[in-house]
Design a protein around this ligand. Sequence first.
Ligand code: ATP
Ligand code: MG
Length: 179
Amino acid sequence: ERVDMPKLMTSIFDDAQAYNRDYCHLIDLHIDSQLDVYGSYSYLNSALLNLVINAIKYTPKGGIVRITWQEVKDGCLFSVQDNGIGVAPEHLERLTERFYRVDSGRSRSTGGTGLGLAIVKHVLYQHGAKLKVESEEDKGSTFSVFFPARCIYREKTEKKQKEEAQQVIEASDTEKPLL
Ligand code: ATP
Ligand code: MG
């Protein structure tokens, strides 16, 4: 099925805002690409939302969580960046193992089974996408999901064509006359 990524991003953002209530982070949404992907809307929704919930959970109150959908070389990239507790290098490799949780006081204090990332990795694998983690302890983490070109829908729907044409008209309306 065709997964409307801008719509999915907005839905993830809304769910993240609801979850964020107790954390008071600033959640920043960037939809820089209108491209869609092939896959299952509901599975992708839970996988990507999982990454966002982790970013919220493992960031001390009042942090910043940035969610992005953008076009990159040879594909598209979903990413969630936080300025939270981060992950020490010795734990990074094992993060997506089932039941693996970093054994620090701070991550223990939040509930969790350690299954989230194992499931995320599996769902992304099924979609032909790849999970990458960059993290520095006490600085924060970036979880990014790369969708290679073959996972991307190139032709636009009629609806998107109309929306983009509309944006062009609006943009030219605000331009100053040349003379
Ligand atoms: P569950 O998702 O099943 O409720 P969980 O969040 O502990 O539990 P995972 O989502 O698999 O499990 O994450 C595994 C571990 O990776 C976490 O326990 C945490 O230590 C670490 N982790 C995941 N995301 C982040 C993040 N954004 N910042 C810091 N640590 C993280
Ligand atoms: Mg989790």
